[in-house]
Design a protein around this ligand. Structure first.
Ligand code: KIV
Ligand code: NA
Length: 276
């Protein structure tokens, strides 16, 4: 199985083959996702929410990201690993953006970075791409701007916002990003953005007309007990299955029915006799 690269992604768009992406944050989950045949694994800063229990993605640090990206890379052999640049790792200056993007590629085996924003991050995207680091853009609902947006809601609904999103998408492409995540954007607008760009779009809550789709793995596996947004499809309710397993374990230990003989080790009667 050949490793997925920027060239593969470009080829898939050219052939009209949908690009599949999921998040993962650790070795076991990455291995599961990679073995299933996913094209791209995003180590999202959503790890702040689902792995670390923060209220938003804002507190996530570069060191926390690197820790998880390393684990994901160890579990991945085919998929392309994309590392999410956390809040304030690329906004302060182009220099800091370069330094932090560089850390991902030097300290892990991720092969691309992702960052949020449009026209305001044009110079950052350009510089990171010029350094030889592939960049994934992210527009629409950009969780690192939650306070600016006034909450997590659908973006680009009125004409001005839609025009801004379209212009930002063209900026991201012109700056050199090789694909673009569209989060919580009306489906018809995501379709228009997709038709207006050469690079593939990857949607999350952005309808079926994007070139690919991404979901947070905890959401699609039903691992996370929070109420999921409308765009999430729960393919399985693992939370329910896991809770049942945990309760059964507690019950069996309590009533001494676990471990059984099949889970236990014996020893010779002779040796045992000497001990008594
Ligand atoms: O952090 C994340 O998981 C993301 C995806 C939702 C696109 O940015
Ligand atoms: Na993110």
């Amino acid at each position: 199985k050949d490793k997925v690269t920027t060239a593969t992604v470009k080829q898939m768009k050219a052939e009209g083959r949908p690009i599949t992406m999921l998040t993962a944050y650790d070795f076991s989950m990455a291995k599961l996702v990679d073995d299933a045949g996913i094209d791209m694994i995003l180590v999202g800063d959503s790890l702040g929410n689902v792995m670390l229990g923060y209220e938003s993605t804002l507190p996530v640090t570069m060191d926390e990201m690197i820790h998880h990206v390393k684990a994901v890379c160890r579990g991945t052999s085919r998929a392309m690993v994309v590392a999410d640049l956390p809040f304030m790792s690329y906004q302060v200056s182009v220099k800091e953006a370069l330094r932090n993007s560089g850390r991902f590629l030097k300290e892990t085996t991720a092969s691309a970075v992702k960052l949020e924003g449009g026209q305001e991050v044009f110079d950052v995207i350009r510089a990171v791409v010029d350094a030889g680091i592939p960049v994934v853009g992210h527009l629409g609902l950009t969780p690192q701007s939650v306070h600016q947006m006034g909450g997590y809601k659908v973006q680009g609904k009125d004409e001005a916002a839609a025009r801004k999103l379209l212009a930002d998408a063209k900026c991201v492409e012109e700056a050199g990003a090789f694909c673009l995540v569209l989060e919580c954007v009306p489906a018809p607008l995501a379709k228009l953005v997709t038709e207006s760009l050469q690079i593939p779009t990857i949607g999350i809550g952005a309808g079926a007309q994007c070139d690919g789709q991404v979901l947070v793995i905890h959401d699609m596996l039903g691992l996370y007990p929070r109420s999921s947004p409308k765009f999430v499809k729960k393919y399985v309710n693992l939370h329910e299955h896991m809770t049942a397993a945990l309760k059964q374990y507690i019950e069996e230990v309590t009533e001494r029915s676990f471990p059984g003989p099949e889970h236990s080790f014996g020893m010779s009667e002779e040796v045992l006799k000497k001990l008594y």
